[in-house]
Design a protein around this ligand. Structure first.
Ligand code: ADP
Ligand code: MG
Length: 888
């Protein structure tokens, strides 16, 4: 028997369809998918290639076929072990085709799920998008394969039901979510099967990412399998009802079930802890919360026979065309992709627009082609097989979609902040308690020593007094005795000389004894003194301890200061997150970020008015809270912190505060302007300079501040920054600040003499439209003030702008394609043109032509008529136009 083997270009074996069923690791650990590697965090955004997998499934003969085809063999013969299918041409010839999987008429629903859908479901759980699709002639088992609910017989559950079982088992309900939509596409109209009244759902494509979404479709949260089955039942009932109403059958429509999965993943390696002096860390960088979004799309396509039999019975012409449109577009797209054509006509039909990601996109796709055995449908079966063969050649690039979860980061930061504040308070309290206890102890010991000393002293004193009194008494007795003896000697006639000598000797002895006693008393006093000193020793010990405690206190104060700085950093990070959330929210709502001049660039913390609006709603903005809790003076003092990181955060916080008019006065009064100018002078890193310039630009919106900035030499510093900076954002801030100063009549001449105009013109080297727009605004402001001064007679002669060489740039940009630049320059030209003294330079510099253009083309009526008025009133212009024979 002759046989032709059709082998596809796609490599076999490199990515096996029926990968071994291993337990799948959780989302946070790498899992090798079948044929595609799960990227690690560093390469997460990289795509991995993955071919569209195609399986063929043969339906068993049904009763009608058993009867009608009883005498004929099947038109196909399967060789599942070789993954081959033979399609008989006639009795002696057949074509052989290879598929990724060949499923015989006896293949169980479980096996079909495991080889066709399970790998897709697993990669959806890993964060990739996935599609499972059934293609084939009506009655070959597409709905049986995908949509069987298996209520009577669990073994007959189809792919939809089994997929959801696996999804729900893998997700954790606390952090992850599943939502489902169910739609029908019929005659190029999308109808919501969960809300049939909604029967014209638009398809929206994100022009940036190409992602397709259906914002009008009903999304139902799925918590358990039961609610999903209920939803499928409702969808099916609605499908039947809709088809009855439209007088058609479900085989003519495409049904599409989309399961959206959102799961949280945490990058654990990002948790870092710093330790100070071996202590436990005070600041733990929060882990990076990410949300992984993916979706599984299950598509039950309309019967493929419609493509070929467009004139089929029962089909209206319009219907036939529409059904053909989607399915035949799908065929064309797959052909184009299989042949690597440069153009793939995805946009031709709604079906292909919706499935763009599934073929040649970033989703993992499995296609099951269903065929029947009957030789009567050989033609249909053959074209179905060829469709499957072409689809096998389509390569997709799989990608994980992860988003930063700002909300949860913000929540985490807030919790951490609260913990730090509480911990700080606890430490402070226990430290104060300790000091009090030690003080009390020292006091007690001193008192005890004093008391002991007083007692001893009193005792010694008493003893000495007693002894003294005893001696005095003894001496008195001796004196009396001597007196008596003396009297007696006198009576006996003994010579006084002898008795005197005795007395002297006796007195000498007494004196000696007294001296000894005194010496002993002195020694006792010395001993007591020494003892007293000893007693006061503990007091000194106490003093030592107090000094130690003082040192500790100083250390703690230092620590506390550091903690406060860290808290400010955390708060500003929180602020940044909040701002980004706010911006994202506004972005999502489609709002613009406002047209007011923004002082800080978008990559820097920035407080927009909306955040302050929160304060008006009774909820304080983070900055306002920061203001109250930390105090402006404290924040400003951090601008001079030794720690560069703290300095950067502090300047961002100040810039945020300066963005709000209500704070500007307080900032200037507290010396903030001086500090910001100091930062500009110090020429630190680019971020500090950019943010400082932004804050100065905001402060420079106020007239009083403009004079202060000039008085503090601000224009010189801004000019220096203008000539040094390279970064467009910094230049935009600097130009914005100078532009604001240009609008003040009082400082016009100083501004010029200190090089303000030259600096502004120097900035145009940057070429960035946002920067040029600020320069143009400055020039327009200056021209307006100058014109006013000329009208009042304060100024005479040529314009300073012309003298400083601005005219060529003005003329060059008068018709700039960026509207804000053009508008400012047009205004500046009109102001300059009002004064006869400028006319000569303007004519020779080509500005006259621009004026003529403005007077006719400018979109703003007031500028147009100002130009017109000027041209018809300035003599030099009139005569030049006459000379050129321009009738004006
Ligand atoms: P389709 O959706 O392609 O039009 P269905 O899924 O409605 O086809 O199947 C048509 C009929 O064939 C149904 O009655 C279904 O139960 C039956 N059927 C389809 N495939 C099988 C199969 N593999 N085993 C048993 N019965 C099947
Ligand atoms: Mg069907």
């Amino acid at each position: 028997m002759a046989s032709n083997l059709h082998r596809n270009g796609a490599q076999r074996g490199s990515a096996k369809f029926d990968r071994p069923l291993k337990p799948r690791p959780r989302a946070s650990s790498p899992s090798p998918g079948s044929g595609f590697r799960r990227p690690n965090s560093a390469t997460r955004n990289d795509a991995v290639p993955g071919r569209v997998r195609v399986a063929v499934r043969l339906r068993p003969r049904n009763a009608e076929e058993e009867m009608a085809d009883a005498d004929f063999g099947d038109c196909v013969e399967l060789q599942p072990e070789l993954k081959r299918l033979k399609l008989r041409r006639n009795n002696w010839d057949s074509d052989t085709f290879e598929f990724d999987e060949v499923l015989t008429q006896s293949a169980s629903q479980k096996r079909v799920y495991e080889v066709v859908a399970k790998p897709v479901v697993e990669s959806v759980l890993d964060g990739y998008n996935g599609t499972v699709m059934a293609y084939g002639q009506t009655g070959t088992g597409k709905t049986f394969t995908l949509g069987q609910l298996g209520e009577g017989d669990t073994s007959s559950r189809g792919i939809m039901v089994r997929s959801m079982e696996d999804i729900l088992a893998d997700l954790s309900p606390a952090t992850d979510s599943v939502t489902v939509s169910y739609l029908q596409l019929y005659m190029e109209t999308l109808q919501d099967l969960l809300n049939p009244a909604n029967d014209n759902i638009p398809i929206v494509e994100d022009p940036r990412t190409g992602d397709v979404s259906l914002p009008g479709a009903t999304l139902v949260d799925i918590r358990d399998q039961q609610s999903f089955l209920e939803l499928l039942r409702i969808g099916e009932a609605n499908r039947v009802a809709a088809n009855t109403k439209m007088n058609t059958e479900s085989s003519r429509s495409h049904a599409m079930l989309t399961v959206h999965i959102k799961r949280s993943v945490v990058e654990s390696e990002d948790i870092v802890s710093t330790s100070q002096n071996g202590d436990v860390s005070h600041l733990i960088k929060p882990s990076k919360p990410l949300v992984r979004k993916s979706k599984l799309v299950v598509v039950d396509l309309a019967g493929s026979e419609r493509v070929h039999k467009s004139g089929s019975e029962g089909l209206m012409l319009e219907e036939a065309k529409s059904i053909n449109l989607s399915l035949s577009s799908l065929g064309k797209c797959i052909n184009a992709l299989a042949e690597n054509n440069a153009h793939v006509p995805f946009r031709d039909s709604k079906l292909t627009r919706m499935l763009r990601d599934s073929f040649g996109g970033t989703a993992r796709t499995s296609l099951i082609v269903t065929i029947g055995p009957s030789p009567r449908h050989r033609g249909e079966t053959s074209s179905t097989i060829l469709f499957g063969q072409r689809a096998m050649k389509v390569e997709n690039m799989l990608k994980i979609k992860e988003e930063f979860d700002y909300k949860s980061l913000s929540r985490k930061l807030e919790i951490q902040l609260d913990k730090l504040i509480a911990e700080n308070e606890r430490q402070q309290k226990s430290f104060e308690d300790d000091i009090e206890k030690i003080n009390l102890e020292a006091q007690c010991r001193i008192m005890e020593a004093e008391r002991k000393f007083a007692n001893e002293f009193e005792k010694e004193k008493l003893k000495c007094q007693m002894e003294y009194m005893g001696i005095v008494k003894e001496l008195e007795q001796k004196l009396v005795l001597n007196q008596d003896r003396h009297d007696c000697h006198a009576d006996n006639g003994e010579g006084p000389a002898q008795s005197s000598a005795d007395e002297v000797a006796e007195l000498k002895m007494l004196l000696e004894t007294e001296s000894n006693r005194r010496k002993a008393a002195e020694e006792e006093v010395a001993r007591l003194k020494w003892q007293l000193e000893k007693y006061t020793q503990p007091e000194e010990g106490g003093c030592f301890e107090i000094t130690k405690l003082h040192n500790l206190l100083e250390d703690e104060a230092h620590q506390k200061k550091k903690l406060e700085e860290e808290i400010i950093i955390l708060r500003s990070q929180l602020l940044q997150s909040n701002y980004e959330i706010e911006q994202m929210r506004r972005c999502l709502e489609g709002g613009s970020s406002g047209s007011t001049f923004s002082a800080t660039d978008s990559s820097v913390t920035q407080v927009r008015h909306s955040q302050f609006k929160d304060a008006a709603n009774g909820q304080k903005s983070p900055v306002a809270t920061l203001f109250e809790q930390v105090g402006l003076q404290k924040i400003l003092s951090l601008l001079e912190s030794d720690d560069a990181n703290v300095r950067i955060h502090a300047v961002k916080v100040v810039a945020n505060l300066a963005a709000e008019e209500a704070n500007q006065k307080r900032i200037v009064e507290a010396g903030g302007l001086t500090s910001l100018l100091m930062l500009l002078r110090r020429y630190e890193d680019e971020t500090v300079r950019r943010v400082a310039a932004g804050a100065i630009a905001n402060l420079a919106m106020n007239e009083a501040n403009q004079e202060l900035i000039m008085a503090e030499g601000g224009i010189t510093l801004l000019s220096m920054a203008a000539s040094d900076a390279e970064d467009p954002q910094t230049l935009r801030m600097v130009a914005g600040a100078i532009a604001n100063l240009c609008g003040n009549d009082k400082i016009l001449m100083t501004l010029r003499s200190q090089g303000g105009i030259k600096a502004l013109l120097g900035i145009v080297r940057c070429g960035h439209p946002d920067v040029l727009s600020q320069v143009a605004r400055g020039i327009a402001n200056f021209a307006k003030c100058e014109s006013r001064a000329s009208n009042q007679g304060i100024k005479t002669g040529r314009s300073i702008l012309i003298e400083d060489g601005a005219l060529p740039w003005i003329v060059q940009n008068a018709n700039n394609e960026a509207a804000p630049i053009r508008r400012h320059i047009e205004l500046a030209l009109c102001h300059l043109a009002q004064h006869e003294a400028n006319a000569k330079d303007m004519i020779s510099g080509g500005a006259l032509w621009e004026l003529v253009r403005i007077s006719t083309d400018c979109s703003r009526e007031d500028i147009r008529s100002l130009a017109h008025k000027t041209l018809s009133s300035i003599t030099a212009f009139k005569s030049e136009l006459r000379r050129l024979r321009i009738d004006y």
